[in-house]
Every structure is written in C-alpha cells, then in structure tokens.
Design a binder for this molecule. Structure first.
Ligand code: 4AD
Ligand code: MG
Length: 430
C-alpha cells in the first residue's frame, strides 16, 4: 500500500493508504477505538472497528501506550468534525514498537521536567509548531538575503579573538594554544564584504552568559549580513526590510502553527517597513517618563527594552548609543564622537532586542586606538586591521538572533523553547 504523510491526506481522499506514525492518544468506546495518529507532519484520527480485527489483537491495541510506533492501513475519508478534516478507516494496524509508559502525559509538568525530557517533548504539538516556525524564520532570512544578491560566507567557530567583549567568552584548548568559541561571525563578514560586496553568515554563536533572563542562551543562532560601501542609514533599511520579509513570510506560511500557538495574527500583519527610528537620547526620555530606574549613559537593560518596545506597534530602531557601552569596532558619529553609529532593533510587545548592528570603524588609526582601549591583543587582530590597509571603505552590517525572533513572532515567553536543544548557564542536558 502506498505510504502517505498526514500532511498530504487531502490528496488521497477515498484512497487506501498506509500511514506510519505514533500513537498520540486514543479513546475507546465499545466496538470502536479512536487512535490519534501523529507522524510529524500532522495528526489524523484512525478509526479501528473491532469487527475487523482478531479480538485479542483489538484488546492489545486498546492497551497500546502513548508514543507506540504503529502503521495503519486504510481508507482516508473526509470528515469535517475531526481534527485536520480527515479520518483514516483502519483495515490493518501493525505494531512496529510498543512504547513503555510515556513520561510526558497530558497533565501539567514543570518546565525543568519538560526540559529534562526535551528529546521527547519535541513531539508535542506546541513544541512541534514552534520549531516549524523556527525553520521558516531561518529559511525566510536566508531567502531574503539570497534574493538580494548576498553571498553566503561561512565564518569559523574556533576563533583567536573576541568580537563582542571578553566577559562572556567560551575558552577552549586548541592544541598548544587557546581558542574561543565564536561570539559572532561579524569580523569575518567584514573580510567577506570586501571580497564579495554583500555577504552573510548563518551559524551558531556562543556566549558564556551568566544571566538567567528569558532572553539569554549560551548557544544561539545568528544570521549576519555585511555590506561594503554602506552607511548606518542604508544598514537600517536592510534590517527593516529583512524583518518585514521574515514576519510576513511566517505569517503567510505558518498560519496553522501560529493559530495553534494562539498568536494574535493582527500583531504580525502590522510588521511592515518603515519602522520607527529614535536615538538613544530619545529612548532615555521615554524611560525617564516611564519612571524606569535606568541610568543615563548605561546600556538598556531587559526591563528598559521591555518598556521601550511596548511603546510601539512595530519594531523600534534605536540608534546612537554611547560608544562606551558598545563594541570596539563601532564607528563613532562624526558629529558627536561620544556616540556610536549603531542600531538595535527592539521587537514590539515587550520582546526587546532582536538585532544589533551598525557601521564599522574603517579608519586604521582609529581602529588601532580602540583595540588598545579595549585591551584586546593586537596580534590576533592583525588580519582584521589589514582590511583597513587595503582599500578600506565605509561598511555596515547587523546580526539577527534567530531564537529571539522566533520567540517574538510566536508570542512565546522564553527563548529556550525556540531552539531544539537549548543551552543555558544551567542546562547542558539532553
Ligand atoms: O547585539 P549583538 O551582540 O551583536 C553582534 O553580535 C554583532 N556582532 C552582530 C553584527 O553586527 N554582525 O547580537 C546580535 C543579536 C541580538 O540582537 C540578539 O538577537 C542575539 O544576537 N543575541 C542572543 N540571543 C540569545 N541569547 C543570547 N545570549 C544572545 N546574545 C545576543
Ligand atoms: Mg546587542
């Protein structure tokens, strides 16, 4: 019999097919057993009629534990009342593997228990929907850049130096030397931009974050475009266009998942460029009015970002932070050298920063000065400063965190559910 995926049921109405899946749950009423069958692409109710089976075997099916692997052969029929709109009238049920008692039951479980069973929890409808949206966010980000002439340039994971400050570096032995896990592919993308014009990398990045907020992972994925001959203003246009594209793509392709996650779709419909732009100083004013205990001159903390992002319906672009709170590579504002030509994009509804980026220092002497000020080892940055020796041009880029973006688009509370196997300060298992 032809093997069919549940997602394709509509194309096989009134046909006899085999569906290979797992028992999600079941109910038994007299001569009828209803098995909710899951195959990863969807759910379908299989109706098993006692009269068609050996009595002992029917009893065995009734006793099947959740997540037992079964193959069901039968006719797919349209049924408006059932989940997904189809039903499978079982002629044959083969038990491929009988599961032991499944630890995740429909009752409430604590988050730590669920995270300890993340390898199984991925099978639940909600987690499944979240990770399908994640797939689309990644695809949309890459499609956007691919369609706009960007070349994918992969950045290394082992690096000799820090990109985003030395406080959260993961150090590792590298034969007789010391290496760090990459915090960002940016510096390598700057080399790429000078070679290819417009480039991006997409990959995992690592930060030993000692914070337990709902926004921090120690391993997260970032998409990082970088453009040569590009200033902060153009950088911001790329950023808002990409966010718009990703949000609209998810809205158009994940309606089922978003609805299951009870996401308010109208909130995503409004995510269209242009996005509001304010400076750090204007943001500080808003925080002052909101009586935040924010200290002028500091970077915004998570609660400050929450306040700011709740003020606007669209993502908010905040520019010109004090250079002191930002990374060494940021170009200073020529009109006010205390300020950096940088931008953070804060997602609405209190989700906070999803993008960090800006214009890079393209002057050799200035850059060398910053490297000294930040007490970074000049030798490790020799190659990076070379980019300012051989045809240096204004260039900019940004990094969008995949998990933060998924968390926002799906309306999820914590970033740990937006990645298949989260890594945080307190979690390395499973
Ligand atoms: O603002 P960040 O630190 O910027 C950079 O790394 C730049 N080098 C990127 C660039 O210009 N190419 O990080 C960028 C984004 C943040 O806005 C956030 O979405 C995400 O990466 N991010 C995290 N996501 C989850 N857990 C963490 N600990 C994160 N740290 C940053
Ligand atoms: Mg940032």
């Amino acid at each position: 019999m032809e093997r069919v995926y549940i997602a394709d049921a509509a194309e096989h109405v009134d046909q006899n097919v085999t569906i290979k899946g797992w028992v999600h749950n079941k109910t038994h009423k007299g001569k009828l057993l209803f098995i909710m069958l899951r195959d990863g692409t969807g759910m379908i109710q299989a109706v098993v009629f006692k009269g068609n089976f050996d009595e002992d075997y029917f009893d065995e099916l009734i006793r099947l534990a959740q997540e037992s692997a079964i193959l069901v052969t039968g006719k797919i029929v349209q049924d408006k009342r059932s989940k997904g709109g189809f039903e499978l009238q079982a002629d044959e049920v083969t038990i491929h593997h009988e599961a032991q008692e499944y630890p995740i039951t429909p009752k409430e479980h604590g988050i730590e228990f669920l995270m300890d069973h993340r390898h199984l929890w991925l099978r639940s409808t909600k987690q499944n929907a979240l990770l399908k949206v994640r797939h689309k966010v990644i695809k949309a980000s890459r499609d956007f850049l691919d369609n706009n002439g960007f070349t994918l340039v992969d950045a290394p994971i082992f690096t000799p130096s820090a990109c985003e400050g030395t406080t959260n570096l993961f150090e590792t032995e590298y034969f007789d030397a010391q290496a760090y896990l990459t915090q960002s592919g940016q510096l390598y993308m700057e080399a790429g931009a000078m070679a290819f014009g417009k480039v991006y990398c997409f990959g995992p990045t690592f930060r030993a974050e000692k914070s337990k907020t709902r926004r921090h992972l120690t391993e997260f994925w970032m998409v990082e475009p970088e453009m040569a001959y590009c200033d902060l203003q153009e950088d911001m246009i790329w950023a808002e266009k990409m966010v718009e594209y990703v949000a609209q793509y998810v809205l158009n392709t994940c309606e089922k998942e978003l609805t299951l996650l009870e996401r308010d779709l109208s909130k995503l419909e409004t995510i269209k460029a242009p996005f509001p732009r304010i400076t750090y100083d204007q943001a500080a004013e808003i925080l002052k009015k909101a009586n935040s205990d924010f200290v002028y001159g500091d970077d915004f903390g998570a609660p400050d970002e929450t306040i700011l992002s709740q003020e606007f319906e669209k993502p908010l672009m905040v520019t010109h932070y004090p250079a002191d709170v930002k990374a060494f590579y940021m170009k200073r504002d020529p009109d006010n050298p205390e300020r950096a030509l940088c931008v953070d994009v804060l997602a609405p509804e209190g989700y906070g920063e999803i993008i960090g980026g800006g214009q890079r220092e393209d002057n050799l002497d200035e850059l060398l000065k910053r490297i000294k000020e930040h007490e970074l080892p000049e030798e490790a940055f020799q190659w990076y400063t070379d980019l300012r020796r051989y045809g240096s041009v204004p260039h900019s880029g940004f990094g969008m965190g995949i998990e933060r973006t998924v968390t926002w688009l799906t309306g999820t509370h914590h970033v740990r559910e937006a990645i298949p196997f989260p890594r945080t300060m307190t979690r390395l298992y499973p």
